[in-house]
Write a protein that binds this ligand. Structure first.
Ligand code: PMP
Length: 308
């Protein structure tokens, strides 16, 4: 396996082959042709464990297939490389980003001519990240003028580098206008799709609602975990088309994503939500229990990282 682990401080360590850095002329750098995943590793009482590794690697393979990226990796090789990179990082609470990148300078956009290989980057994450300690009062959103890409322009189920230019446009203009992040809409229906790097949920009259998987939403793995946990908690849940107006009548709104986990929303434009969000709190606690191995019901979501 030709895998390179890159650490957050910029140092590189090769796992097998001589060190490989991605050249500036790589199709991935020039044209955004690469796919990636973000996976959390948590400290548990029995050692570090990767949360929902199988689902993330399956999505990575699906992203590559949808974009037409050809490579030599199957699930087993990806799993082994990610585990080895995590061990090599010597970190327990961390964020692991495997990606399939073009490693040679090649300016053609015919992906049949481009060779892709795996890189894994490991970043430290504060153990209390799940409490969103930096912003306990919640995040402030705006509705972006930048919609998600049209389904006929981009397969939204692919987590591909190039599509994040759309997220960056929405995020940057939101931050410039004084917000933390933006909600992006489905370009065809004008309904709520997702935030720039997370899925969105709302709670109304005790029912948890989230936009159904239309053509403009990334199938979030945290979204899937939340849907499973609400089932266990006995909280009624429904996946449905969500209109912008539904946000104004919601009692609670929250975002979900691997890196940020569950984040309460305190406002959307000039609409404010109460600080007390009981349904969010209950789901958030259940998520922490599952992710850190305290809730034995979800141990099958954890892949132990072997000792060095
Ligand atoms: N939507 C987008 C556009 C994202 O980048 C992410 C982060 N991967 C998500 C949703 C949430 O997905 P997940 O829960 O799998 O991290």
């Amino acid at each position: 396996i030709e895998s390179t682990v890159t650490f957050w401080d910029g140092s590189h360590r090769s796992l097998d082959s001589p060190e490989r850095l991605i050249p500036f002329g790589s199709s991935s750098v020039q044209h955004g042709t690469a796919v990636f995943e973000g996976i959390r590793c948590y400290s548990t009482s029995t050692g570090p464990a990767l949360f929902r590794l199988e689902e993330h690697l399956t999505r990575l393979l699906e992203s590559a297939r949808l974009i037409g990226i050809r490579h030599d990796y199957d699930l087993e090789r990806l799993r082994s490389a990610v585990l080895r990179a995590t061990v090599a990082s010597r970190l327990s609470d961390c964020y692991v980003r495997p990606g399939l990148f073009a490693t040679a300078p090649e300016l053609s956009i015919d992906l049949g001519r481009v060779e892709f290989t795996l890189g894994v980057e490991v970043w430290p994450i504060a153990p209390d990240a799940h409490t969103d300690a930096s912003k306990p009062e919640g995040t402030q959103l705006t509705i972006s003028a930048w919609d998600r890409p049209l389904p006929s322009s981009f397969p939204s189920r692919a987590k591909a580098v190039g599509t994040y230019v759309t997220s960056a446009l929405a995020k940057t203009s939101a931050v410039d206008a004084g917000y933390d992040d933006a909600i992006q809409l489905d370009p065809l229906s004008g309904r709520v799709a997702e935030a720039t790097v997370s899925n969105i949920f709302l709670v109304r009259d005790g029912v948890v609602r989230t936009p159904w998987l239309s053509d403009s939403i990334l199938e979030g793995i945290t979204r899937d975990s939340v849907l499973a946990l609400t089932g266990e908690l006995g909280i009624p849940t429904c996946e449905e088309p969500v209109e912008v107006a539904d946000l104004w009548s919601a009692d609670e709104v929250f975002l979900t994503g691997t890196a940020s986990e569950l984040v309460p929303v305190s406002s959307i434009d000039d609409h404010h939500y109460p600080a007390n969000s009981p349904v969010f709190q209950a789901i958030s606690e259940a998520y922490e229990g599952a992710a850190t191995g305290k809730d034995f019901d979800w141990l099958n979501w954890l892949t132990p990282v072997p000792a060095d």
